[in-house]
Write a protein that binds this ligand. Structure first.
Ligand SMILES: [Zn+2]
Length: 236
């Protein structure tokens, strides 16, 4: 099966040579999924190296100040948005894992992660996960965990309401759309822990904030930090 699988992948690569998901040029002999020039010019923030202790107003809830780091500055290199579209809407979960490894490699050893107990990917509703075949945030989280030695927890925070796309909604509509969308299934596992929530892009933060509120309501003594690939919402 695995030989057939590798033959099949080699055949697909022959017919459809892989392209860099950022610049869309052929990868040629490149070993990774992103070409060397794009990697070398990636618009990194270095947030994680600054030990960003300033809480993020968009995400902090009563009783829990939330720190946020982002890996990329989208506004400096918008073509990197294309990368996220690739793994969000074009079934490229391996690319999400690889980008997670890249992010984890940058963050490894940083003070920002020094006392994190669990890495928690932003959960997808089971129906959406079934339809997509994977959760891109979980792949990012697993890539981060591989490079940092942290543990991933996917069972404790679950999405219980299927919500339609947030893309065209206003900030208020987004909040109403995701209210009560999350539930903490195993609060005892998270008690007293420092949690690192992982997602791909942060915009208004309404979905992430609702998730944080659900966690804090169920586990009042936990601490929460957030790592996203890009903060597209601006502000704090
Ligand atoms: Zn490239």
């Amino acid at each position: 099966m695995s030989i057939l699988n590798s033959w099949w992948r080699a055949l697909v690569a022959l017919i459809f040579p892989p392209h860099c998901p950022v610049c869309d040029l052929p990868l040629g002999d490149e070993k990774g999924p992103i070409c060397s020039p794009c990697l070398a010019s990636a618009p990194l923030t270095s947030d994680w190296a600054l030990r960003n202790d300033t809480p993020c107003d968009r995400l902090s809830v009563k009783g829990c100040e939330v720190r946020v780091v982002a890996m990329l500055k989208f506004h400096k290199a918008p073509q990197w948005r294309h990368l996220i579209h690739q793994f969000k809407y074009h079934s490229r979960w391996r690319l999400a894992r690889e980008v997670g490894r890249l992010y984890g490699g940058k963050m490894a050893g940083s003070l920002f992660l020094s006392d994190v107990d669990w890495v928690i990917p932003m959960p997808l509703h089971p129906l959406r996960r079934m339809w997509r075949g994977y959760n891109q945030s979980e792949e990012l989280a697993r890539g981060i965990a591989e490079q940092t030695g942290l543990k991933v927890e996917t069972k404790s925070v679950v999405r219980v309401h299927y919500t339609r796309s947030q893309v065209w909604r206003t900030r208020e509509e987004r909040f109403k759309n995701v209210q009560d969308a999350f539930r903490v299934a195993h609060p005892e596992r998270l008690a007293g822990c420092h949690l690192l929530l992982v997602d791909d892009v942060l915009t208004t933060g309404s979905t992430m904030r609702t998730c944080i509120q659900a966690i804090v309501d169920a586990v009042p003594d936990c601490r929460i930090s957030v790592a996203v690939l890009a903060d597209a919402g601006g502000g704090s």
